[in-house]
Ligand binder design. Sequence first.
Ligand code: BT5
Length: 325
Amino acid sequence: MHNEILDIFAEHPGEYVSGESISRQLSLTRAAIWKQIQSLRKAGYEIDAQTKKGYRLVKKPLGLDEWAFQQELRTKILGRQARIYDELPSTNDQAKEEIRSGVPNGLVIMAKRQTEGRGRLQRKWESPAGGLWMSVVLQPNLSLADASKLTLGTGIAVVDALWDLYGLRVGIKWPNDLVYEGKKLAGILGEVVGEWSEIQTMVLGIGLNVNIPREQLSGGISATTIQEILGYTVNLNVLAARLLERLEQEVHSLEAKEFASLKQRWQERALGLGQEVMVIRAGQEFRGIFSGITDNGELILHKEGTELAFSAGEVQLRSHAGEYF
Ligand code: BT5
């Protein structure tokens, strides 16, 4: 019933709508409407009530909310079907669960908190309330090799959304860490579901530290949050919608086989390009100059006249003080 009342408000932006008119349109008693208004307020909607005039929607919630999110969404496919949970073990796992029951391309799963958020290689991803913990189900028109480039495109989409909305310049640390002043702000976990030859489905998991006071993340990790950087709380629905808009552009661009431009855009946002970096792969350290990525997203390292390409591993960049991070 929430959505029906909100739809009525949306038809009269900034105006009062009488309780009588709402009750007529929805065949509800005035008391039932009052109850709904109270519960909308609890969900973060600011609604003004005046005895003579009725109700007026003053402000939408900053926290994740399905209706408010749909109001912001400008995509064709991504997020048109979206579910927001209060808590999940992991949005990626939930997305995979949904895929088993046959799911449309573009389904988005978000959770306000995750209890078992995952990083790559089964590492833990801390996911307290206030973050954007989101998984996007995609059935792209791409080969498996090209679909894996979507994780690069996702990094670009996150960087661009943060620039569009807050003028925040975040860099990408290969392969997919989003870093601000040496601290990790977001991570991406792309997973292929089942056999590509059969279902061509992947889940792109995005974890972005947004409205989280820094103290809520462990002190032992080098992390930051948008709240810490900007000093205020941002609208998660607007952010989620903008990110999906940017991601949809990346999907289209890949489907149009614009690999060179993807690589260029990724490199323009990359950290450590042309500098000495250290790549750690299977416990072994390689130092060299990071000269770019291949069309497949492998990191290219120049070392004593030879060129090494890495498809997996961890990169450490060198700070001005000469330390690796
Ligand atoms: C990643 O892994 O960076 C991918 C993270 C993906 C999380 C999203 S949230 C929605 C979806 N559902 C999931 O269950 N996962 C995805 P990786 O590169 O392996 O980085 C993991 C490492 O980052 C950890 O070992 C910590 O050192 C650090 N870390 C953990 N939580 C963090 C946080 N909230 N912010 C910054 N760093 C964190």
